[in-house]
Design a protein around this ligand. Structure first.
Ligand code: AMP
Length: 417
């Protein structure tokens, strides 16, 4: 059922407690923390502008990093408040606390159309424990609850769900922000009733991470294209040799079961016909876990078995071409997980070819393309194509759980329309 939206609310003069995802990448420069990427802040601006324009007194809550219940200065949200003020074109107050008398007084002093950002809610261990007392303290700052933090909606924490339950019990509305609403529309409604053919592209590291998504999408998709290291577990399951590639030996049965279900449901299920492999050179260095670090050398394309000493890092050109042709004919596309180790440009060609095909299906053939978060969004942005798809999810873990059909606590707690 559709969730209540910020667009449905009368917020004039009301204290709106809004959970946002400001978990932005930061870096220390000359003793100061600076924000490396402001995408997450930018994504919230439409909801903020709507609420402030309608006269809300806006209280923003967010987490940054994993301070584990301690006041860790490098994880303060102070730089975010400053950047947000700049981007919004009006000052945003910053409060060094998120609960207590000081916070309550600052919120009481807010005028209509003014905003402040509370300090990192994870400075309190009670946040992640969804502590009812802490939730009630946060709720003292709220007449209305809004959640725009889709990326944190799979967590049942105080600020993502506990506060909402209390506001709801008091009779206050709990609504989805515009960003949250778009996530639910594209990852939910659009995929529930897809225009056909519906092509799903799944890649990434592990079958075990994606099997629930595969299983659920087998109920809806016309075609599933498999890439990434995940493909090698399927290869192994068919008796192929995978050399030193990333495989999950105990998930060959899972892989075969997925293929059997695809056959039963008449879903076209495609595995790579060729692979980019490389030999592994010992660098003599050790990683953080004390294991030797190998560097891939001598990349080349093969079809068939992967030699014992080599590792697979990408889908090959024949596979990329075949997948691109299928993608071009799609009317709905969902993509989750890169086709190879795209962070190394020698192994990014498969992922880039798929990204190009998704963009051309969208731009030239009117397909709806939905990029399901995490590394596939990184990959499409790295290829400079992020704004040429229909929708790129802001959630990593949250999108995956949502696509698996798991109810997200940060969504469940919102009022139905
Ligand atoms: P996931 O989070 O499961 O979507 O996995 C994304 C990660 O899988 C990325 O960091 C890729 O580098 C990695 N990956 C994809 N294909 C391969 C491969 N063939 N070998 C090693 N890593 C891969």
């Amino acid at each position: 059922m559709a969730k209540l939206s910020v667009r449905d609310l009368n917020v004039s003069g009301k204290r709106v407690f809004m959970r946002v995802d400001y978990n932005v990448p930061m870096e220390e420069k000359d003793g100061k923390m600076v924000i490396n990427d402001t995408t997450r802040i930018k994504e919230t601006l439409p909801t903020l502008r709507l609420l402030l324009g309608n006269g809300a007194r806006l209280v923003l809550a967010a987490h940054l990093g994993r301070p584990d219940g301690k006041r860790e200065p490098s994880m303060s949200l102070a730089p975010v408040a400053a950047k947000l003020g700049e981007m919004l074109g009006q000052p945003v107050g910053f409060l060094e606390e998120c609960v207590g008398a000081k916070a309550e007084a600052a919120v009481a002093a807010l005028g209509n159309g003014q905003a402040l950002l509370l300090e990192n809610v994870r400075y309190h261990a009670e946040e992640e424990n969804n502590d009812p007392v802490f939730s009630a303290q946060l709720a003292r700052l709220a007449d209305v609850y809004v959640n725009d933090a889709f990326g944190a909606a799979h967590r049942a924490h105080a600020s993502t769900s506990g506060v909402a339950r209390i506001v709801h019990a008091w009779g206050g509305p709990c609504a989805a922000g515009l960003l949250m609403e778009r996530e639910l529309k594209f990852l939910g409604d659009e995929l529930d009733r897809p225009a056909r053919p519906f092509v799903v592209i799944l890649g990434g590291a592990k079958v075990s991470d994606k099997i629930k998504v595969i299983d659920r999408l087998l109920e809806k998709a016309d075609t599933i294209l498999i890439g990434g290291a995940m493909a090698y577990t399927f290869k192994l399951a068919h008796g192929g040799k995978t050399g030193k590639s990333l495989v999950e030996k105990d998930h060959t049965g899972t892989a075969l079961a997925a293929e059997a279900k695809a056959k039963e449901r008449k879903v076209q299920f495609c595995l790579p016909s060729d692979t980019v492999i490389a030999d592994l050179k010992d660098t003599g260095k050790l990683n953080k876990k004390g294991r030797p670090v190998f560097e891939p050398i001598n990349p080349r394309v093969i079809s068939g078995d992967i030699p014992d000493d080599a590792e697979g890092f990408d889908i090959g050109p024949a596979t990329a071409q075949a997948y691109a042709a299928i993608i071009q004919g799609a009317k709905t596309i969902l993509w989750n997980g890169p086709m190879g180790m795209f962070e190394d440009k020698r192994f990014a060609e498969g992922t880039n070819a798929v990204a190009q095909a998704v963009v051309s299906a969208t731009q030239q053939h009117g397909a709806k393309s939905i990029i399901g978060g995490g590394d596939s969004v990184k990959a499409i942005n790295k290829a400079g194509l992020g704004d040429k798809v229909t929708f790129a999810s802001t959630g990593g873990g949250a999108s995956l759980e949502f696509l698996e059909g798991i109810p997200l606590p940060g969504v469940v707690c919102l009022d139905d329309k």
